[in-house]
Design a protein around this ligand. Sequence first.
Ligand code: NAD
Ligand code: MG
Length: 394
Amino acid sequence: MRSVTILGATGSIGQSTIDLIARDPDAYRVEALTGGRNLAQLAADARRLNARLAVTAHEDCRAELAERLSGTGIEVAAGAEAICEAASRPVDWVMSAIVGFAGLAPGLEVLRRGGTLALANKETLVAAGPLVMETARRHGGTVLPVDSEHSAIFQALRGEEMSSVERVIITASGGAFRDWPLERLASATPEEAATHPNWAMGQRITIDSASMFNKALEMIEAKEFFALAPSQIEVLIHRESLVHALVGHNDGGLIAHIGPPDMRHAIGHALSWPARAPLPVERLDLAAIGQLSFAAPEAARYPALDLAYRVMEAGGGAGAIFNAAKEAALDSFLSRQIRFTDMSGVVGAVLDRFLSTERRQTAMADLDTIIDHDRRARLWTKEAADQLAARTGG
Ligand code: NAD
Ligand code: MG
């Protein structure tokens, strides 16, 4: 029996993880589940899976969660520190499926105790890649990729030497606006951006798919996880979302990973790694699918991709700045303060501000420095968004 903890259990990835675990109740013992304000879901899952601990991120939700779990013997806690405490408990496997920068500190807790961290929270590697990978190395922890593209690269690399890898190609569906005329993008609403042609995901990552900020994060995530140079990372538009990534070797061979657009494939791969185990996902009928299409991404439609190359070239704190600026710009778009097309300009301005004041740092940033970068970038983003809104009469 394996012990598991799921951070962000109530979200899209968290629920897919629970789906897999609940199918095989004799194989898993659940230590902790964490969530946000969706207390009905959190409590129901904690009961159903007989978790030892349930944690909500919000102090003001503690009493209600305790009430929902009264009489069960399930321990209840609340707040960011309680999530870190849950992450630090020794278990065999932890899913990191919190959305955003809040996932970083609990993930580091897992690695500090030498644990295995299945990482859906890409922000962890974008904001703190060197620190995260070094923490894993020093304490004997393991990071397993769950983002579908990174799981695909990881699978394509099984049995291969990194020394022969020339390039890595990650695919992108193109998101909600891939077929919109460019001039219409400025008027796109959060509701329109939050629909995805191929995947059912949380709201924030779905909007990030439309802007391709999600792909930008994934480029940086790939650089950090697989220790690649920026020039080795390419993005390809692939409308069908069936080829998730390709690895190109120095003999010209390209190893592609093809799988159903169902995150339970990548989650399940990380859950049973290093073995493979049967999964309840669709078996693709390629003859019925017939064709797979590929195209180069248009720079004008997806300015976030160029920003990602700038971040990767700069290194140092640029990832933490980029991640925070992106999260804050998305908040400004969600509150309708700035337009969809303003997000990349705002993030670019914050990046310029950081790179014009900070020397390229070679030393690895510690968590306090990264938290400081994150805080500063959110302030700067708000300033830039406020200025823009004032100028455009928003
Ligand atoms: P989601 O919004 O559906 O769920 C997020 C979870 O995090 C919820 O349990 C929520 O309660 C919790 N949470 C939110 N804010 C929190 C905070 N401040 N502190 C603690 N917990 C908090 O998100 P999702 O789509 O499941 O994505 C989770 C992560 O996985 C993200 O980093 C996303 O980029 C990544 N990811 C998601 C998918 C997907 O298919 N959904 C695919 C690849 C990667
Ligand atoms: Mg992905």
